[in-house]
Design a protein around this ligand. Structure first.
Ligand code: ZN
Length: 223
């Protein structure tokens, strides 16, 4: 949905219909009258949920980088790998492009994504937003599109099932941390609604601009 219009109009991505959506009550959603697609939803305590789930996700992501991810043993030989070793191994094999891509997918984009969610949610809660916050909201949309950490995690689960018959596998702390990271990120995204956040940013920006005008007038009268 476009997030920079100053009125209440939202374009349905499914059928292209321009729909006028008035401000919603908590727990209510707006559907497209033509194709019934949900255009926006105002979740209860959305900002709190986005903020706390994102902070939890970031903590789990950072935790998952430092400890053992998986331990495999085959015929008496034991090998433990960390999350970052799965990437540095690619660099040591001179697979620079693949290593860089994996670093971005596993840690880079997820870290940027949750950090931006924390920045936006905390900024709106503390009423510290500017017109640039809308740009940040747009960037969140782009990063979300390219964020593939859950696909990476599903790939690991499938690989574990495949090699379970060939080697004994033990799951490390880092694995659980990465699993919880995916869960918290999913929970944060479920409460994230771009349209509602854009409206909150616009309202706060307008309020601060009006306050600025009022205080300028007051200063003029005083002088
Ligand atoms: Zn529609």
């Amino acid at each position: 949905m476009p997030i920079d219009s100053l009125n209440n109009s939202i374009i349905c991505h499914q059928c292209g219909l321009l729909v006028n959506v008035p401000p919603l009550q908590d727990g209510c959603s707006a559907n497209c009258p033509r194709c019934a697609k949900i255009l926006t939803k105002r979740h209860r305590n959305a900002l709190d949920h986005v903020l706390y789930f994102s902070i939890s996700a970031l903590f789990c992501l950072l935790y998952s980088v430092w400890f053992g991810f998986l331990e495999m043993s085959v015929q008496g030989q034991v090998r433990q790998i960390t999350l970052m070793e799965s990437v540095t191994t690619l660099f040591s094999l001179q697979e620079m492009a693949l290593g860089t891509l994996m670093t971005v997918i596993i840690v880079g984009l997820p870290a940027i994504y949750v950090s931006l969610l924390i920045y936006l949610a905390s900024g709106i809660k503390l009423k510290r937003v500017s017109r640039h916050s809308i740009d940040v909201l747009r960037v969140v949309g782009y990063v979300r599109f390219w964020n593939m950490c859950e696909i990476f995690f599903l790939g690991i689960l499938v690989s574990m099932v495949k090699i379970a018959g060939l080697a004994h596998i033990e799951i490390g702390e880092s694995f659980w941390a990465y699993a919880f990271f995916n869960f918290f990120l999913f929970a944060a995204v479920m409460h994230f609604d771009k349209v509602q956040l854009a409206r909150a940013i616009r309202e706060l920006t307008l309020q601060s601009e009006q306050k600025g005008i009022v205080s300028t007038h007051e200063a003029t009268h005083v002088s």
